[in-house]
Design a protein around this ligand. Structure first.
Ligand SMILES: Nc1nc2c(ncn2[C@@H]2O[C@H](COP(=O)(O)OP(=O)(O)OP(=O)(O)O)[C@@H](O)[C@H]2O)c(=O)[nH]1
Ligand SMILES: [Mg+2]
Length: 460
């Protein structure tokens, strides 16, 4: 069933000067409203044009021309929202876009809430919730892999997997309910053994999706990696070398980096969210102290720590304090500046950190960086990921729903094993269905929908 709504409008492109900027209008009066301010070059009315046409003309505020535009018309139900949609392609200036939007609102449209177009696409049944969330993930993708996983979700890979599992749960529910509701028909009870086999298969499938979250999270956010070390060891130089761009300031003054500098990169297919930090040392400089505090906090959250030390000097108290801070973490140690004297070598560190993870480098001479990249690949290999046929959970909301489903399957299996009568566990069976339905949005509350779509950008 299509929901009936008012007509909404928003600027759908970014609010910075650009070649074009688009105002999207969707709802029952979308075409009529835009027609009120659109003077087509060929003298026609927008109400008379065919669906999926692009029409040239001018946006007029009474007799005053606001912009020369192209208006695309997509008629219900063949549009993103399944409603009538008109998109005004203006010149991409902030003032002109705001003026045209204001005019469209004066003529009867309401300003759309964030994500409201996508919410309508969902409520009108064009996409399910996992696809709606995929749209947001595509917009926010920080790596090629995250983008690819999100596009797959949009194509419906996750939806298909979830629906397969849902069908299996429904078959079991139908069987169990029928035997409770119509005992007189003597519907053949699913043998307990068979029931457990079927439920265990469902459990395995849910679990497989659930555990894909760890990979999915890496895809989405990158492995949280911090470069840590005392001042002047070459941390910012390393960040720049890995990124192949001069992102961080590098000088020979210790204490150059004061705040964390964050970047996203892809090392042999491993997405990293890498953070260069202020050199850790005892300092009286107030600003530097804040940076050092932040660096220490970042170590706590990090999934990988790259600890850099200066091979051309002796390890000192600052180094030993850092080693203490990172001892429970996944750590790679870089002994940098080996182009100078080799005062400190792996030998001096081997009792403190695993020797296999110590790499001599000279960022300056481009030595050791490939070894580091290969080490990261070895530690976090995602080589087996095949995006084409595998659904990955990238979303904590999905993970929690699957956790709930797992719990309920476990409860049903235990009940059947204990010989509990089926009417006692039928509620748990329904809970499995409900939890899984949260992913596709069949069983979510209005509040959750509101919260989810409010995270979208305006105009999407
Ligand atoms: N000889 C030599 N110098 C290097 C090497 N790597 C970095 N440097 C130099 O060391 C100095 C400090 O480099 P940075 O990258 O700014 O060091 P940092 O660890 O970020 O320093 P802070 O931000 O102060 O904590 C600069 O002059 C770099 O050019 C190296 O491998 N060999
Ligand atoms: Mg620095």
């Amino acid at each position: 069933m299509a929901y009936s709504y008012d007509t909404i409008a928003a600027i759908s492109t970014s609010l910075s000067p650009a070649g074009i900027g688009i105002i999207r209008v969707s709802g029952p009066d979308a075409i009529v409203i835009v027609d009120r301010c659109f003077k087509m070059k060929n003298g026609k009315s927008l109400k008379d044009v065919a669906s999926h046409t692009i029409n040239y003309g001018f946006i007029m505020k009474e007799t005053h021309t606001l912009d020369e535009v192209l208006v695309s018309v997509m008629k219900a139900p063949n549009s993103f929202t399944k409603e009538d949609v008109a998109e005004i392609n203006c010149h991409g200036g902030i003032i002109v876009l705001e003026k045209v939007l204001t005019l469209v609102m004066e003529l009867g449209a309401r300003l759309a809430e964030p994500g409201e177009f996508t919410k309508r696409a969902f409520l009108n049944g064009r996409i399910d919730l996992s696809q709606a969330e995929a749209i947001m993930d595509i917009i926010n993708a920080k790596s090629d892999m995250a983008l690819e996983a999100s596009v797959n979700h949009l194509k419906g890979i996750l939806k298909i997997r979830i629906n397969e599992i849902k069908d299996k749960v429904i078959t079991i529910i139908a069987h169990v309910e029928a035997s409770i509701d119509y005992p007189e028909y003597e519907i053949e009870d699913l043998e307990d053994g068979q029931l457990i086999t079927n439920l265990s298969a469902i459990k395995d499938e849910i679990n497989e999706l659930r555990t894909s979250y760890d990979h999915g999270k890496i895809l989405r956010e990158g492995i949280k990696t911090v470069i840590i070390g005392k001042p002047n060891v070459g941390k910012s130089s390393l960040l720049n070398a890995l990124l192949r761009e001069q992102k961080a300031i590098v000088t020979d003054v210790p204490g150059t980096t004061r705040d964390a500098i964050e970047a996203y990169m892809n090392i042999h297919g491993v997405p990293l969210n890498i953070i260069d930090t202020a050199g850790i040392r005892d300092t009286d400089d107030y600003v530097e102290q804040i940076g050092v505090g932040r660096a220490k906090n970042l170590i706590i959250e990090a999934e990988l720590v790259i600890f850099m030390a200066d091979a051309s000097g002796h390890l000192d108290d600052n180094d030993f304090k850092i080693i203490e801070l990172v001892k429970d973490k996944k750590v790679i140690v870089l002994l940098n500046k080996v182009d100078l004297d080799n005062v400190t070598t792996a030998l001096h560190l081997k009792d403190l950190v695993d020797e296999a993870y110590i790499i001599p480098t000279s960022i300056k001479m481009d030595q050791g960086i490939t070894v580091l990249e290969n080490k990261i690949k070895e530690m976090f290999s995602l080589g087996k990921i095949d995006f084409n046929d595998q659904a990955y959970i990238t979303n904590i909301r999905h993970k929690k729903a699957l956790d709930k489903a797992m719990e309920s399957v476990g409860e049903v299996i235990a009940a059947v094993e204990d010989g509990v009568p089926s009417d006692c566990y039928s509620i748990d069976l329904k809970n499995i269905y409900e939890a899984i339905g949260e992913l596709t949005g069949d069983t979510v509350s209005e509040d959750l929908l509101k919260a989810l779509f409010s995270q979208f950008c305006l105009g999407k």
